[in-house]
Design a binder for this molecule. Structure first.
Ligand code: ADP
Ligand code: GN1
Ligand code: MG
Length: 366
């Protein structure tokens, strides 16, 4: 899954009609795409240039079409009133396309860097958890009237837990690098909690499929430096049909732990109830017009499920040889990430009743 080398940045930027001298620096910590800040001493505007990983997103054209569909829906229905949905504007190439294809067959897109904003990699402040959860909730709420048929599935079976499990079982059986022997405890954890996927399968027919974000990490919202509020929900590549509990669950997974995904000291990893409370508050405030009882009753389950599935994804990739999460610094990094996620899962399970009571309390208020 190695992308072919690209031509110099100048050639790509020239494709977008930018001919000054620009410097480029990597931006963010995404696992899949490559993102760069493009700035120059001559131009006041800076840009964000992204190479879309077309092994993961096989149809970058459809992905951009999805983003256009969302933007049109928001504009046509006057849903821009909340600042959260000021969606990024992509600059077109000289040929009027949203994507530039380079000589190595790589796909690039360019948008304006939004000044006076910041992103958070790790939640320290519960107000950030509230604001980001509110923004993701508003995002789903605003898209609740967009017909599903208008959206492409940018990654087939992306959050299909059953498919993730069948891949996991297949890879462990094949054991291509003899890594199964090194991951016995984690394999046991994966099998012990496979019941979560069975629970999900029973639940899915009872829930609405909606247009959801599907990658609701805290670093996928931009906060204003002036107000501290969210000005934009970004990283829209995985916006497609999904379930509210997946979006909420991924927020539980990424906002609420006391240490990030790369932490290797497992004693430092636990769910912080104060952050969970803020995120539940923000999400339910924004989604109360659309969320059903069955969805809100399963929000905590969503947190358990998404954390479990992420652990299994890291573990599968470790056993397979780091083919998907290939941006690693150490050979056992994906195994450690899996351990980290299993530790978090244990902490969520330990606090499940308390967390459900918190959800209940906010539902009652709304
Ligand atoms: P990835 O797929 O690499 O996660 P993102 O679209 O999330 O890509 O961008 C990575 C990071 O770049 C974000 O977390 C944010 O810090 C920054 N970023 C992306 N787009 C913008 C923008 N238009 N203005 C300011 N910062 C941005
Ligand atoms: C990937 O690239 P990034 O960090 O936005 C992944 C998510 C995982 C996440 C784990 C397309 O997201 O599903 O939850 O890593 N995105 C894709 O941190 O696979
Ligand atoms: Mg991102």
């Amino acid at each position: 899954m190695v992308l072919k080398p690209s031509p110099p940045f100048e050639d790509i930027l020239a494709g977008f009609g930018l001919n000054n001298t620009f410097s480029h620096t990597p931006l963010g910590q995404g696992h899949i795409n490559d993102t760069y800040l493009i700035s120059s001493e001559i131009e006041t505007k800076s840009y964000v240039l992204q190479r879309i990983n077309h092994f993961v997103f096989e149809r970058p054209d459809q992905l951009m079409e999805n983003i256009e569909t969302i933007k049109n829906h928001v504009t046509e229905n006057n849903l821009c009133t909340g600042e959260e949905l000021s969606l990024l504007n992509y600059r077109k190439t000289k040929e009027g396309e949203l994507l530039f294809t380079d000589s190595g067959g790589n796909y690039w897109r360019l948008n304006e860097f939004i000044p006076d904003t910041f992103t958070v990699e790790f939640v320290e402040d519960k107000d950030h958890a509230y604001a980001a959860a509110h923004a993701f909730g508003k995002f789903a709420s605003n898209l609740s009237t967009l017909p599903l048929a208008q959206m492409h599935e940018t990654i087939k079976n992306f959050h299909n837990a059953e498919m993730r499990m069948s891949k996991f079982h297949d890879v462990t059986k094949r054991n291509p690098l003899n890594r199964v022997e090194l991951a016995q405890d984690e394999l046991k954890m994966a099998l012990e909690h496979e019941y979560l996927v069975h629970m999900l399968n029973n639940l899915l027919p009872k829930m609405l499929i909606r247009v959801t974000h599907n990658d609701t990490k805290i670093n996928n919202v931009l906060f204003s430096r002036n107000t501290g509020q969210v000005v934009s929900v970004i990283d829209l590549d995985t916006v497609m049909p999904g379930y509210l509990i997946y979006d909420f669950g991924d927020m539980v997974r990424t906002f609420s732990p006391s240490a990030g995904e790369e932490e290797i000291d497992l004693t430092k990893i636990e769910l912080r109830k104060s952050i969970f409370t803020a995120l539940a508050d923000g999400y339910l405030q924004a989604t109360h017009p659309i969320i059903s009882e069955i969805e809100s009753e399963h929000l905590v389950f969503g947190g358990m499920l998404m954390t479990y599935v992420q652990a299994v994804r890291f573990l599968t990739d470790y056993i397979e040889g780091d083919v998907y999460y290939h941006k690693i610094l150490r050979a056992d990094q994906n195994l450690q990430r899996a351990r980290n996620q299993f530790a978090l899962l244990n902490s969520i399970i330990d606090q499940k009743e308390d967390l459900e009571a918190i959800i209940h309390q906010f539902n009652f208020q709304n």
